[in-house]
Design a protein around this ligand. Structure first.
Ligand code: SAH
Ligand code: SF4
Ligand code: F3S
Length: 453
C-alpha cells in the first residue's frame, strides 16, 4: 500500500454509466486519497474534478459536455482547478476532447484508471495529458474507496470481444482481460475482513471470463470459466452473498446454472440481456443466439431455481425493426415475466456498423415504442412483486432508508429492494450488514416493505 502523502486539497468525482464505471470511480477515489486528496462536499468548490463518463447512448455523452462547460468556466477564474475526464467518452474522443474543452488537464480511458497517480504527476509538471492507448490493466496496490461498506464490486474481466453492431463498448473498453482467480479471491478476502457481506463479480460479458487465460483440464475443458471461478471463491469466509453481471445468452451454460443452484451463496437473480424478441433483429445485431435459445436458458434456470428473479436489457427501434418485430419483444416480456428490464431506444454510436445503415427509424417511433414498452415492463414487475406478499424473505441490511431514517433498507436474495422499521421490539437498532428475516406486507413494482419476522 502507498503511504499517505501531504494534504493536497479536495476532489469530486461524478460517475456516469454502468457498474464498471462505478467500480473504476471507487478505485480512482482510493488513489486520490492515498495521494493526499480529501473528498469535497461540493462539486463547484473542489480543487480536482473528475468526470467518469459513459458513451453508451448519445444522451449519456451530451450530459458530460454540459457538466464540463460549467467547470471549464470555473477554471478561467481559478487556474489551480484540475479537470479530469475519465471513462468511455474520454477513450472515444481522446485528443479531440482537448480541442473541444481546452481547459482539460487530463483525458484518460478506462484501462488507465489504476494509473491515475502517475498521470496526475505528469499534469503537475504542467502538461496536458491524454492516456488512451491500449493498456494491460495491472493489479493495483491502492485500496478502493468504496461507497458501500456492505456490498462490494469486484472486477473479474475487463473489456469485451463481441461485436454487437450497435455497441461502443468494445471500442472504448478494449480486448477482454481476465484477472487471475487468486487475485479475485484475495480481493474478496480483503473485503470480507473489512466487513463486506455481498460481492458482485463484474464484467461486460462475464460469461467470457477466463477465455484469455491459459489452461485445459484433464477432461479437455477450459480450466478457467465463470463456473469454476464461482466454485473457487465460494468459501471466502464472511461473504454471505455472491452475484454476477452481465451475462450473455450466447455463453450462458448449463454448468453455470447448476453451479448457481448448488452453491448456497450465489443468489437466485440473473441479469441476462436479450435485446430483441425477434430472430432477424438479433441477427442484425450480431448477438449470436436465437429467441429459442434464450427461452431454453430461462426454462433451465426455472427448473433448477423456480423462484429465481430475472432481469434483462432491451433495445427498441433498432434500424429496420418493423412493428411486427417490435411486438415480438413485447411478447417475450409478456411470456417470460421479468422482474426488471432496462429499456432503451436505439441510439446511433460512432464507429459502430449499425450507425451507418440507411434504415434508421424516426424519433417518433422510438419515443412511442419506448413508452409502450416501459408500461409493460412496469406491469410485469408489479405482477412479479405480488408473489412476495405475505412471504418471509431474508434481507441483507445495507443501511438507512435515505427517505425515512426510521427505516432500514436492504435486498432480498432475488435483488428486490426492501424497506422495514429499523428498530427491534427491545429498542435495539438493526445494523447494516445484518441478515434478517422480514415479513413482506406491501409490494410495489420495484420495491417491497415489511416488518421483522
Ligand atoms: N454487455 C452487456 C450490455 C452492455 S451495455 C450485454 O451484452 O448485454 C448496456 C445496455 O445498453 C445494453 O444491454 C443495451 O441494451 C444498451 N445499449 C448498448 N448500446 C446501445 C445503443 N447504441 N443504443 C441503445 N441502447 C444501447
Ligand atoms: Fe456491447 Fe455486445 Fe459487448 Fe455487450 S456483448 S458490451 S452489447 S458488444
Ligand atoms: Fe457506459 Fe462505458 Fe459502461 S460506455 S455503459 S460506462 S462500459
Amino acid at each position: 500500500m502507498t503511504a499517505t502523502q501531504a494534504p493536497r486539497g479536495s476532489y469530486w468525482i461524478t460517475t456516469f454509466g454502468c457498474q464498471m464505471n462505478k467500480a473504476d470511480s471507487e478505485r480512482m477515489a482510493g488513489i486520490l486519497e492515498s495521494m493526499g486528496y480529501s473528498a469535497a462536499d461540493d462539486e463547484h468548490g473542489a480543487d480536482l474534478v473528475l468526470y467518469n463518463t459513459c458513451t453508451i447512448r448519445d444522451n449519456a455523452e451530451q450530459k458530460v459536455y454540459s457538466y464540463l462547460g460549467r467547470q471549464a468556466q470555473r477554471k478561467r477564474t481559478n487556474p489551480n482547478l484540475t479537470l479530469v475526464v475519465a471513462g468511455c467518452v474520454a477513450q472515444q474522443e481522446g485528443e479531440s476532447l482537448l480541442r473541444r474543452v481546452p481547459e482539460l488537464d487530463l483525458v484518460m480511458g478506462p484501462q488507465h484508471a489504476n494509473r491515475l497517480d502517475v498521470l496526475l504527476a505528469q499534469v503537475e509538471q504542467g502538461q496536458q495529458v491524454v492516456a488512451t492507448e491500449e493498456h494491460h490493466i495491472l493489479e493495483d496496490i491502492t485500496t478502493a474507496r468504496r461507497d458501500s461498506t456492505i456490498c462490494g464490486w469486484v472486477n473479474v474481466i475487463y473489456g469485451c470481444n463481441e461485436r454487437c453492431t450497435y455497441c461502443v463498448v468494445p471500442s472504448v473498453r478494449g480486448r477482454e482481460q481476465s484477472r487471475l482467480p487468486q487475485a479475485i479471491k484475495l480481493e474478496m478476502e480483503g473485503l470480507a475482513a473489512q466487513g463486506f457481506k455481498e460481492i458482485t463479480l463484474l464484467g461486460q460479458n462475464i460469461d467470457a471470463y477466463g477465455r484469455d487465460l491459459p489452461g485445459i483440464t484433464p477432461e479437455g475443458r477450459r480450466q478457467h470459466t465463470l463456473t469454476d471461478l464461482l466454485h473457487h471463491v465460494h468459501n471466502v469466509e464472511g461473504i454471505e452473498r455472491i452475484r454476477f453481471a452481465t451475462s450473455h445468452p450466447r455463453y450462458f451454460t448449463e454448468r453455470l446454472i447448476d453451479a448457481c443452484a448448488d452453491l448456497d451463496k450465489v443468489c437466485e437473480h440473473f441479469h441476462i440481456p436479450f435485446q430483441s424478441g425477434d430472430d432477424e433483429v438479433l441477427r442484425a445485431m450480431a448477438r449470436g443466439y436465437t429467441v429459442d435459445r434464450y427461452r431454453r436458458i430461462i426454462e433451465r434456470i426455472r427448473e433448477r431455481m423456480p423462484d429465481a428473479s430475472l432481469s434483462a436489457d432491451v433495445i427498441v427501434a433498432f434500424p429496420g425493426e418493423t412493428d411486427t418485430q417490435y411486438r415480438r419483444t413485447l411478447e417475450l416480456i409478456e411470456e417470460i415475466g421479468f422482474d426488471q428490464v432496462n429499456t432503451a431506444a436505439y441510439s446511433p454510436r460512432p464507429n459502430t456498423p449499425a450507425a451507418d445503415w440507411p434504415n434508421q427509424l424516426s424519433e417518433d417511433v422510438k419515443v412511442e415504442r419506448l413508452r409502450e414498452l416501459n408500461a409493460l415492463v412496469e406491469q410485469k414487475a408489479k405482477e412479479r412483486s405480488a408473489r412476495y406478499a405475505g412471504r418471509t424473505e431474508q434481507i441483507l441490511v445495507e443501511g438507512l432508508n435515505p427517505k425515512d431514517p426510521a427505516q432500514v433498507m436492504g435486498r432480498t436474495r432475488t435483488n428486490r429492494l426492501t424497506f422495514f422499521p429499523g428498530t427491534r421490539a427491545d429498542g435495539s437498532a438493526i445494523q447494516a450488514g445484518e441478515l434478517v428475516d422480514v415479513v413482506i406486507e406491501q409490494v410495489r413494482a420495484f420495491s417491497l416493505s415489511g416488518k421483522l419476522a
